[in-house]
Design a protein around this ligand. Structure first.
Ligand code: CMP
Length: 138
């Protein structure tokens, strides 16, 4: 059993597709073991995306991530990090496979609806960034 962090970004929340995204996870046999809706501060967004701080898109990305509420979830399942990334599709929706969340709903390389951890180490950091142990109910 593996866990990963999933975020529905401000564009996904604004599009009213929280339920649609969760339905895709559940249909794939993935369990939501923690969930909250929140509005990140600039500092919180910068801390979450610290690995990207030297990238040219960092300022724009953190401003976008603070532009409205997001939904954070912990997903659980076998091989869930890879499964979630497959359901999301490529970062750039133009390269995302048909039937993926980003292909269906993203409008921009930045406004790409969802985020998912990319490896066990990042999942551990990202889950702990949003949730305490007592908030995760497996
Ligand atoms: P995410 O999976 O959350 O990880 C980093 C985010 O940066 C990415 O999704 C996009 O929202 C955003 N981003 C903006 N421009 C780029 C880019 N050129 N390459 C990768 N990510 C980008």
């Amino acid at each position: 059993m593996e866990r990963t962090l999933s975020l529905i970004k401000p564009d996904g929340v604004a599009k009213n597709i929280i339920g649609e995204v969760i339905k895709r996870f559940e249909t794939a046999g993935i369990k939501v073991v923690a969930m909250k809706k929140l509005h990140l501060s600039q500092k919180q967004a910068e801390g979450f995306y610290a690995v990207h701080k030297e990238r040219p898109f960092f300022k724009s990305l953190t401003e976008f991530m603070t532009s409205g509420p997001i939904v954070a979830m912990v997903l659980e399942g076998e091989d869930v990090i890879a499964k979630n990334r497959k359901l999301m599709g490529a970062t750039n929706f133009k390269n995302a496979e048909e039937g993926t969340i980003r292909r269906d709903y993203a409008t921009d390389i930045e406004k790409n609806v969802v985020h998912g951890s990319d490896a066990p180490e990042t999942a551990a950091f990202e889950i702990a960034y949003f949730f305490s142990m007592m908030e995760i109910v497996g």
